[in-house]
Design a protein. Structure first.
Length: 494
């Protein structure tokens, strides 16, 4: 056997040492843009994310609802693959068909409907602003709008009529079809609007432009018609039924795929990558993994992976290390694979992004993972806690929780993820069925987490992720100094 000298370490054993914070180094100037798929030196990656977060390929995390919410916040979900091909493709389609700024033609909402009806529509479509027309169709005369904010204010009055909460059309500042995005922006900011309704020559509402749409195109005075870009979405696949699953997902509009496996250093992954790359002449993007060392990285890189996931056994619901005795401390695995990624980029001019998957507990772990070389982070537990995740919210004891189960648990029955060949079944469990504390809306949580990441990056003197990776100073901590890092030697108030 080969013994490695290295101790397997995880994020909680490291801290960042501040670098020089210049006056320009403020959170507003920090960009979290990151590549999702491989690119040649000097070129732009085909897909970039605005925030370095993707959601785990899990039944209890990534359905279309969570995917829509995360994509709207600048990240991306991989719709879980442990379901029939048709239902997974349908989820992908739902995300691709989502049009945040459009007025639904089937809203059927008139001023006499109730706020409960608005809420249902918001839930069904994800629209945060609903146009209310005379006859409930998008061709009817616009009378006003209701936004989800209005709904929240009136949470106790679901039976109230829309007309009591509607902002009348006469009071709205409206934009016209054909105006540029910078003109729309002018109106949005001047009138402190959340959304700007756009009407055509016949005064009919065509769509809304949201402040967010503007933000993501700040530098470019696009025509308003470029605004409603389709949301990005990924999908998980396995090494068994890929010849049927991949075509269905591609047809449904998936932007990127990922071979989902607990141990990805295998000939099955190579075979799957080769088939996809040949069948689609390189046009279908597909990530692979998971690996925990240089050898695994090089193998999947040579096999054609567009990104590579790192991590075995670190997931919050994972018992692989206990069951099979394989894995590696997530920080050590990441540092090793990041070095291979850099060496590969130097040698071949091809940069293959790596994703740190699983085991991120505190927000500061995320900055550490990024500083250690991760281009983006895959998380399950983090997202499972939000309203948008697909699982039930329950009360256990006196606290709200949400269900969260591993793909290797008997509940998920995702034997393909743990497939070692042989018969089609989960031989033994590698994951647990659990609860996570309920944490509310994704957006509120993301604002806090991203705020912390940006603040830490400023402390390190970095305003971009590549800068963080190049300049971060990282130190190991002793177990005694870990104690020093929390509140200590004081009596905490309730
Ligand atoms: P976490 O964010 O909850 O710590 O970890 C999520 C990751 O754990 C997933 O992205 C996946 O790689 C891994 N996972 C999912 N199911 C299991 C399991 O049942 C698992 N063992 O390890």
């Amino acid at each position: 056997a080969l013994f490695t000298d290295e101790v397997s370490r995880t994020f909680g054993e490291y801290l960042l040492i501040p670098g020089l914070t210049t006056k320009q180094c403020i959170p507003e100037n920090v960009s979290l843009k990151t590549p999702l798929v491989k690119f040649e030196k000097g070129q732009k990656p085909f897909i970039e994310l605005n925030i370095p977060f993707v959601s785990a390929i899990m039944q209890s995390v990534s359905d279309s609802g969570l995917a829509i919410a995360l994509a709207r916040n600048g990240g991306l979900s991989f719709i879980f693959g442990s379901q029939p091909i048709s239902s997974q493709a349908e989820m992908v389609r739902k995300v691709k068909n989502f049009k945040a700024g459009f007025v639904t033609s089937d809203s059927n909402l008139t001023p006499e409907h109730t706020l409960e009806d608005v809420l249902n529509l918001i839930k069904r479509t994800g629209h945060s602003t609903i146009g209310v027309t005379e006859d409930g169709t998008s061709n009817g005369k616009l009378l006003g709008i209701v936004t989800s904010r209005d709904y929240r204010i009136s949470h106790d009055s679901k039976d109230s009529r829309i007309k009591d909460f509607m902002t009348p059309f006469s009071k709205l500042t409206v934009g016209k079809v054909g105006m540029t995005l910078s003109e729309a922006n002018q109106l949005i900011w001047e009138h402190k609007l959340n959304a700007l309704p756009i009407i055509d020559q016949d005064q009919k509402l065509v769509y809304f432009v949201f402040r967010k749409d503007y933000d993501s195109h700040k530098e470019n005075p696009y025509e308003l018609s470029d605004v409603h870009k389709k949301l990005l979405v990924g999908a998980g696949i396995n090494t068994r039924d890929y010849k049927e699953r991949v075509p269905a997902l591609v047809e449904a509009g998936a932007d990127v795929l990922c071979i989902d496996s607990s141990d990805g250093y295998s000939e099955w992954q190579k075979e799957t990558l080769t088939w996809i790359k040949q069948e689609y002449k390189g046009k279908v993007l597909v990530g692979a993994g998971n690996v925990v060392d240089k050898d695994g990285f090089y193998y999947l890189a040579e096999a054609g992976a567009d990104f590579i996931k790192v991590g075995i056994g670190g997931g919050s619901i994972c018992i692989t290390r206990e069951q099979k005795g394989i894995g590696r401390g997530q920080a050590t695995a990441l540092i090793d694979v990041a070095a291979a990624r850099n060496e590969y980029a130097q040698r071949t001019n091809t940069y293959i992004p790596i994703c740190s998957d699983g085991g991120l507990v505190h927000d500061y772990h995320m900055v550490l993972a990024l500083a250690m070389g991760a281009d983006f982070l895959m998380m399950g537990r983090y997202f499972a806690r939000f309203d948008e995740s697909p699982t039930r919210k329950l009360t256990v004891g006196n606290r709200f929780v949400k269900e969260y189960w591993g793909e290797g648990s008997n509940r998920a029955k995702n034997w393909q993820r743990y497939d070692m060949g042989g018969t089609e079944s989960l031989k033994f469990e590698e994951g647990v069925d659990s609860y996570v504390p309920y944490a509310g809306k994704m957006k509120d949580n993301l604002n806090i987490t991203l705020g912390k990441i940006k603040a830490t990056m400023c402390s390190c003197g970095a305003v971009s992720l590549p800068e963080l990776q190049n300049t971060a100073k990282i130190t190991l901590v002793s177990s005694t100094s870990i104690v020093e890092g929390g509140a200590h030697d004081v009596i905490l108030k309730e």
